[in-house]
Design a protein around this ligand. Structure first.
Ligand code: ATP
Ligand code: MG
Length: 589
């Protein structure tokens, strides 16, 4: 174990950080230190300030003071003394903030509103502060475990790779925001921002399961089998089916589009809070502090112990009073078994719906379901999902071992084994084109037509898919589409192309409505740029029927999905040579 061997190790440091809605975990490994390529030791960070017991997870909670300086992090937010200080000083609590970064089209469950962030703090700020805190502790852990002091850390950190995890549903835009926050937190410099890589939490879960270092479950899964992974966590549940191609090194193939929906443990706690508030109305326990404590007790005990067969009791304060009308017995609020079920059941149903939808996408050709995530740790939740799986005769299992490190360890394994070989496009990706005007086409009714330089009537805001939803995307290949542009003398030669995605099945002919708004289902992804000045210079001039001079420039938009974050660039030919435009997507933030 690195924590005891205290020897200085040469090699490349890989760290992974899994920021969850409720918990954050981090792991690291050092490759190229003489151990075999695919089996470096994975070490979770299991020493955090103010932790009562050594644990690989800390709450994703930060307390901010009035100057918006972070004062409490992680396990400190569970330490009674620190909480007392927070209360006296009036520090504000930020929790469940990860949900605020989610794509707009992932709706929150009805009746749930995420806790507001402290005034003046954005979700990007909290990500930055959380990254900075985690990094500080990884650094301290590595220095303490390996010897060699700060100088050794500095040499490791200089070439360090950082793997961050995101739910399946997060788009490039959200990863971009996380990357900005990570750079701002000092994880890597701006110049090294490509050392930050992203893996989906679902994919990390498969790697954790298949990596023989971490889990024994890999023995029951054989080559060619389809594995449905479901990560039911605090705020989001991710499902996807992967086909196992090879075990060493691990090689998997995404065979369904990864899906993500809002469901998990925080919604159970939120439903319990509403119940507790209504039950304690008109009692001596109706104070924000007692209610907060009661919800915390529910979260730590009643929620975790509930098996579906008994009522639960929540300690309210030190008193032993009874108030039968309000279901308080000996200072404890009784929550009936049926009420407990109503907190869980809607979200278990969502998880089941998600699993069924994903299984349907592969015609139920699923050999194994693997369940990870804290929500599935509940005996009540697991039994219900298991009963369903038994019914449809699909084996279901949870990886053994400490689940708290599953996603962070899986992310390291993913980096070492170089990720999946192919992916399935989650969305249609494409850009604007113009369509030839057709007076009989109902889609064109009410749309403005214009005459292009060649004298044809065209209509703007047409949709052109470059990659179709559910299309197989092979790693190392890009997907492209030609566009052409008639440029008159004096026109701007800095081309900017807006990239969009469409999330429903069949994209319409136009991506904008007549009033210029986006048609429902389209999402603006970002802007790709190209400087066509030299290209323009090398092309021959044409003359339109109206005598106007112009040149026709043709360029391709190339999309690649080697990272889960979409990469895009423009490409064209200048004097028979292929030239690439800037490979930047300026995501909207
Ligand atoms: N034994 C258990 N019984 C019931 N709920 C549990 C149990 N263990 C953990 N949980 C709940 O699971 C949730 C945390 O799960 P997990 O750590 O997988 O989520 P996360 O990574 O923080 O969130 P996400 O991945 O969704 O962003 C919390 O709501 C926690 O209360
Ligand atoms: Mg998680």
């Amino acid at each position: 174990m690195p924590s005891t061997r205290k020897t200085k190790i040469e090699g490349k440091l890989i760290i992974s950080i899994d920021i969850g809605t409720t918990y954050t975990a981090a792991s690291y490994c050092i490759t190229g230190d003489g151990l075999t390529r695919f089996s470096p030791h994975f070490q979770e960070i299991n020493r955090w300030p103010k932790q009562a017991f050594s644990d690989a997870k800390i709450p994703s909670v930060i307390y901010y003071d009035q100057w918006r300086v972070p004062r409490l992090h992680g396990a400190e937010a569970e330490d009674e003394e620190s909480l007392m200080e927070a209360e006296i000083e009036g520090w504000d609590r930020a929790e469940w903030w990860k949900l605020q970064l989610r794509p707009d089209y992932l709706p929150m469950p009805a009746g749930f509103s995420p806790t507001a962030l402290p005034d003046g703090i954005t979700v990007d700020d909290v990500f930055c502060d959380q990254f900075a805190y985690v990094m500080k502790n990884i650094r301290a852990f590595v220095i303490k475990s390996h010897g060699g002091g700060e100088a050794h850390w500095e040499s490791l950190a200089a070439s360090m790779v950082v793997v961050l995890t995101t739910p399946n549903g997060w788009e490039g835009k959200h990863q971009h925001r996380m990357r900005l926050a990570a750079v701002r937190a000092g994880l890597v410099t701006e110049a090294n921002k490509n050392r930050i890589r992203f893996v989906t939490e679902g994919e990390a879960a498969v790697y954790f399961t298949l990596d023989s270092n971490n889990s024994k479950l890999h023995r029951s899964i054989s080559i060619g089998k389809n594995i449905l992974v479901c990560d039911a966590g605090g705020g989001t549940t991710d499902t996807c089916v992967y086909k196992l191609n090879q075990l060493s090194p691990i090689s998997i193939e995404e065979i369904t589009s990864p899906s993500c929906f809002v469901a998990g443990g925080v919604f159970v706690s939120s439903a319990a809070r509403q119940h507790i508030v209504s039950k304690l109305k008109g009692t001596k326990w109706n104070s924000p502090l007692t209610i907060d404590n009661a919800v915390r007790t529910f979260d730590r005990q009643a929620k975790r112990c509930f098996s579906g067969s008994h009522d639960s009791y929540i300690k309210l304060d030190g008193s032993s009073e009874t108030d039968k009308i309000h279901a308080v017995h000996g200072g404890r609020l009784r929550i009936s078994k049926n009420d407990m079920c109503t907190f869980f059941d809607p979200y278990i149903q969502r998880v089941l719906d998600g699993i069924q939808e994903t299984a349907t996408a592969v015609d139920w050709s699923v050999d194994q379901i693997i369940l990870v995530g804290g929500f599935a740790e509940s005996e009540y939740v697991f039994n219900k999902i298991k009963a369903w799986a038994d019914d449809v005769k699909i084996p279901i299992a949870k990886p053994d071992g400490v689940l708290s490190k599953a996603i962070a360890h899986g992310a390291l394994s993913w980096q070492i084994h170089s990720g999946v070989q192919s992916r399935i496009a989650k969305l249609h990706y494409g850009a604007e084109t113009n369509h030839e005007f057709n007076v009989h086409d109902p889609d064109m009714v009410g749309r403005l037509k214009y005459k292009n330089i060649g004298g044809q009537w065209r209509v703007r805001h047409g949709w052109q898919s470059i990659v179709h939803k559910n299309q197989i995307l092979r790693i190392g290949r890009d997907h492209h589409m030609w566009f052409h542009l008639d440029i008159a003398e004096g026109d701007d030669l800095q081309v900017e192309m807006e990239l969009f995605a469409y999330r429903f099945q069949d994209p319409p002919a136009f991506f904008k409505n007549i009033d210029d708004s986006l048609v429902e289902g389209f999402i603006h992804i970002g802007t790709v740029k190209g400087d066509l000045t030299r290209y323009y210079g090398s092309e021959t001039m044409k003359r339109s029927a109206a005598g106007k001079k112009f040149k026709t420039l043709q360029y391709e938009v190339c999309l690649s999905f080697d990272e889960i974050e979409l990469q895009a660039r423009l490409r064209w030919k200048e004097n028979e040579k292929i030239v690439f435009g800037k490979a930047t997507i300026s995501y909207d933030v």
